[in-house]
Design a protein around this ligand. Structure first.
Ligand SMILES: [Zn+2]
Length: 302
């Protein structure tokens, strides 16, 4: 967390990580994601300066902070896309007179993870700017739709959970670890979306539906969401081995059809800390794209 108590006109240097990822799609671009906090009382114009390796600068300005998207309670997420040729070395974000410089601490995934489904799939939602999730907490998440052995989405044309090829597909541990959170009380959505299905009597809501979170012991956790009601086969404190079943693909929580939402994160709680870029060792170690077909590759031991 950086201090906002900088003197007017000064520039503080943040120790927060700035996530850099190579984006899918055409163009030789890289993207940076910065979570910026500022003094909500001061407000004012916004200036963002990206400095490249060769002294080149890209300057963007807005007349008022309120014009930036995802600007809530003195915090916004700035997502920047720059040509790789710029070789961005830092950003300075100024709101009013107060600037914060972000050094390029590019994110590096610590663990080696395998795809979390024991079956074929297609990525229906990629990362934030690839048909993906807008919230900070899920911006690098993927949604997997399970497919049949012949890559079909349904086993019968009538639309119901049981006729979706992925419903009930085994969800497996992406790497060894320890289970630190489960939710298994949420019924699957049936016949349409209803938020009452994931709202508990105390008013709290389990957007994640039935959920298993695994601590991989390296500062990284994987969160596997929307699992089928009654399918979770692990408990908090259990040790899991890469490739072993933890539950089944379902349609619980904030879900509009059977799918698996997977994200990497830095904490073991649901909906509590931002997701991180995630790649899979058995799928090219690359950011997945919406529309990617996933072919199931069993572990040699299976
Ligand atoms: Zn999702």
């Amino acid at each position: 967390m950086i201090s906002i108590l900088a003197l007017a006109g000064s520039i503080a240097v943040s120790d927060q990580p700035v996530y850099r990822i190579d984006m899918p799609g055409p163009g030789d671009y890289e993207s940076w994601v910065v979570d910026h906090q500022y003094s909500a009382e001061l407000g004012g114009p916004v200036q963002i300066i990206a400095e490249g390796a060769n002294g080149a600068k890209v300057v963007q300005e807005w007349p008022d902070i309120s014009m930036l998207d995802s600007n809530v309670d003195g915090r916004f997420t700035y997502v920047a896309h720059y040509p790789k040729s710029l070789e961005v070395r830092s950003f300075t974000i100024s709101v009013g007179d107060i600037g914060v410089r972000y050094e390029p601490i590019a994110f590096e995934q610590q663990g080696s993870y395998i795809l979390p489904l024991a079956g074929n799939a297609i990525i229906s939602n990629g990362v934030f700017n690839n048909n993906g999730h807008g919230w900070i907490r899920s911006r690098f998440a993927y949604d997997f739709l399970g497919l049949s052995d012949t890559y079909g989405p349904m086993t019968d044309p009538e639309y119901r959970n049981e006729n979706l090829a992925g419903f009930g597909m085994d969800v497996i541990a992406p790497a060894d670890g320890k289970v630190v959170f489960i939710e298994d009380r949420v019924p699957d959505q049936v016949g349409g979306y209803d938020s009452a299905t994931f709202t508990f009597p105390d008013g709290s809501q389990a957007y994640h539906g039935n959920n298993v979170i695994i601590d991989h012991g390296n500062g990284e956790f994987t969160s596997l969401m929307h699992l089928k009601f009654g399918s979770v086969v692990v408990a908090v404190g259990d040790t899991v081995v890469q490739g072993h079943k933890v539950g089944e693909l379902g349609n619980s929580g904030d879900s509009y059809g059977p799918h698996l939402h997977v994200q990497l994160q830095h904490c073991g709680e649901p909906q509590a800390c931002p997701s991180l870029p995630l790649t899979f060792a058995n799928h090219g170690d690359e950011i997945l794209e919406a529309g990617d077909f996933i072919t199931y590759r069993p572990l040699p031991s299976e």
